[in-house]
Design a protein around this ligand. Structure first.
Ligand code: PEP
Length: 248
């Protein structure tokens, strides 16, 4: 059985003081339920959140990592550095990183492999852009990303990876994929994983939908058969909105 996983991506928002205030309010609202949750925060807030959420069941994740163990990579952060802070998860290949920071499927694949050598669970983001959707190429694009991102990763490791299907045209735009569109793409991702591995493995992998998820559309999205969770950007910045989504 796949346990629903609803996570917040704070992008480049909040200071440490604001993160602490969020954590205080959110901990009072959150009751350990059947839904797993986590906050993906900027590096500077991770330690504060790990400390604040200790024992609460709320996970903490980073938004990016470098694949090298260490080296002359100014401005980058390694897996070991994240492990030392005690984060539970790390996002890989978010569309904003693919779009603005030259993240490729090749680097995504290396980052997944580096994380899989640690206890930090990766959440890999895939999704087509508007042009690709309008050309009817969304399934080809997304299944191609999955094949490239999972290349050389064994079955046992693949099961630890969470996939977030995030159509680029729906991120931060207020436009949401219809529940049917999102479900169809999550189904396509699961079929691709079944083709790479087998159905049993694909059945175990959590697939989230992300793209303008808010309290008003969370129930409909979460009720779709192939969707196991959500990656929430804007609406995760406010404790009340985020808790409403978690309590869909
Ligand atoms: C995201 O940042 O991954 C995201 C889905 O953002 P939003 O919910 O704001 O569209």
């Amino acid at each position: 059985m796949r346990i629903p996983f609803i996570a917040g991506n704070w992008k480049m928002y909040k200071t440490i003081a604001q993160a602490r205030a969020f954590a205080d309010e959110f901990k009072n609202l959150y009751h350990d339920t059947d839904v797993k949750t986590a906050i993906f925060a900027p590096y500077t807030q991770l330690e504060t959140l790990v400390e604040a959420f200790k024992g609460s069941g709320i996970g903490v994740g980073a938004q990016n990592v470098h694949f090298a163990k260490e080296g002359a990579y100014t401005g980058e952060v390694s897996v070991a550095m994240l492990e030392e802070i005690g984060v539970d998860y790390c996002l890989v290949g978010h569309s904003e990183r693919r779009q603005y920071f030259a993240e490729t499927d090749e680097s995504v694949n290396l980052k997944l492999k580096a994380l899989l050598e640690s206890k930090i669970l990766p959440v890999v983001c895939v999704g087509e852009n508007l042009e690709e959707r309008e050309a009817g190429k969304e399934e080809v694009i997304v299944s191609g990303q999955i094949r490239a991102d999972f290349d050389g990763i064994c079955e046992a490791d693949a099961e630890k990876i969470v996939v977030a299907y995030e159509p680029v045209w729906a991120i931060g735009t207020g436009k949401t994929a219809t529940p049917e569109q999102a479900n169809q793409m999550c189904k396509c991702i699961r079929e691709t994983l079944a083709d790479i591995y087998d159905e049993e493995t694909a059945d175990k992998i959590i697939i989230q939908y992300g793209g303008s998820v808010k309290p008003e559309n969370a129930t409909e999205i979460m009720n779709m058969e192939e969707i196991d969770g959500a990656l929430v950007g804007g609406a995760s910045l406010e404790p009340l909105k985020f808790i409403e989504i978690i309590n869909f």
